[in-house]
Design a binder for this molecule. Structure first.
Ligand code: SF4
Length: 352
């Protein structure tokens, strides 16, 4: 049995003295806490903060978010990645407004039913806003607990996830679960860091397993199960009369759903011009073949996502024809574009 009162008290004192001044720590409004938690999934605090402030300003309550168009929400999310988070955020706002009379669920068991909300987010909202004793376990907590207690069960295995959640649950303070959860995560983020943790100023130094046994570098353990898929993306960039181009919405069940991109020709390997000119969308838009084609980048640009690497070549299609549904380069700024495309647009517009 873990004696948790010493542990929680030490943590509480550390947190009161060291916690960062973050905007979502000034509220217990479940809508704003939910917004911050969804934004911060897989995102660093510095980057997430800008997006949190933008969203909280444009959509200060759930009704305004629900009324927004999905394209607007995706545009505001642009650059943050993992776009399913933005789509789920919007769908959930509509669901709460339409089916729950605009009232945010107020307990773990109801929160977990929301789209895009898993154990971590439901625990965070229910503990911070409703004082529920549900432990949050994020990457920072896994690392801290694994080192402090010397647990080598892989943190990305289902066995590990269950074990760490149970341990975190045992440790949760019976006074203020919301602060306790935030303190655990903050400690992992600021002191028990992935590389070079601050062990010599750590309040837990004398009782930490990894410190005593010199195993800091070895913990936590992660199973290597991510397989990276290679994909070859060829973007066909129409540059038509009057400096116009052509973009389209991505559909289907794939990355970047509902964002906008140029004509995409995906292949199994790098391709020749011959294959590109046979692209059906290109043939439909420019049936007279009245264009010149050139490669923008000789070597593919490798855009890395968590599970896939996109080997990307941009092909410039210069034409004097008017292309159906083309838009000015300036207008591309009104559409939500994946970072890969936005980076290209920014460079291409500066070419002269
Ligand atoms: S002593 Fe080092 S490894 Fe142990 S909890 Fe503190 S910072 Fe983490």
């Amino acid at each position: 049995m873990i004696k948790n009162s010493h542990f929680s008290n030490t943590l509480k004192i550390w947190y009161l003295e060291n916690k960062r001044d973050l905007p979502w720590r000034k509220t217990k409004n479940p809508y704003l806490i939910w917004l911050s938690e969804i934004i911060l999934q897989q995102t660093r605090i510095a980057q997430g903060m800008l997006y949190y402030l933008k969203f909280a300003e444009k959509y200060p309550n759930i009704n305004l978010l629900a009324k927004a168009k999905e394209d607007e929400v995706l545009k505001l999310w642009q650059g943050l990645g993992y776009y399913s988070r933005a789509r789920n955020l919007h769908k959930t706002a509509i669901h709460i407004t339409d089916n729950l009379q605009g009232k945010f669920p107020n307990c773990y068991n109801e929160l977990i039913k929301l789209k895009g909300v898993g154990d971590y987010t439901a625990s965070a909202i229910s503990s911070i806003c409703f004082n529920e004793f549900s432990a949050t376990v994020d990457g920072n907590v896994y690392r801290f607990l694994s080192r402090y207690f010397g647990i080598s069960t892989p943190i990305n295995s289902s066995k590990g996830q269950k074990e760490f959640k149970e341990l975190a649950q045992l440790l949760i303070s019976n006074q203020n679960p919301g602060d306790h959860n935030q303190a655990m995560m903050e400690f992992g983020a600021l002191v028990c860091k992935p590389k070079k943790p601050d062990c010599y100023v750590c309040s837990f130094e004398n009782s930490c397993y990894a410190m005593q046994k010199n195993k800091i570098e070895m913990l936590p353990v992660k199973e290597n199960k991510i397989k990276i898929k290679k994909r070859y993306f060829n973007y066909l960039i129409i540059n038509s009369k009057n400096e116009k181009t052509f973009i389209q919405k991505r559909i289907g069940n794939d990355i970047w759903r509902n964002l906008y991109e140029f004509i995409l020709h995906e292949s199994n390997a790098e391709v020749s011009i011959k294959e590109i000119v046979n692209n059906q969308v290109l043939q439909k838009l420019l049936p007279n073949n009245s264009y010149q084609i050139s490669k923008y980048n000789e070597k593919p640009i490798i855009h890395k996502l968590t599970h896939q690497h996109l080997f990307t070549t941009f092909w410039i299609i210069d034409t004097n024809e008017n292309v159906n549904q083309s838009i000015s380069w300036e207008k591309t700024a009104n559409f939500a574009l994946p970072t890969l495309i936005q980076n290209f647009v920014d460079k291409y517009k500066k070419r002269d």
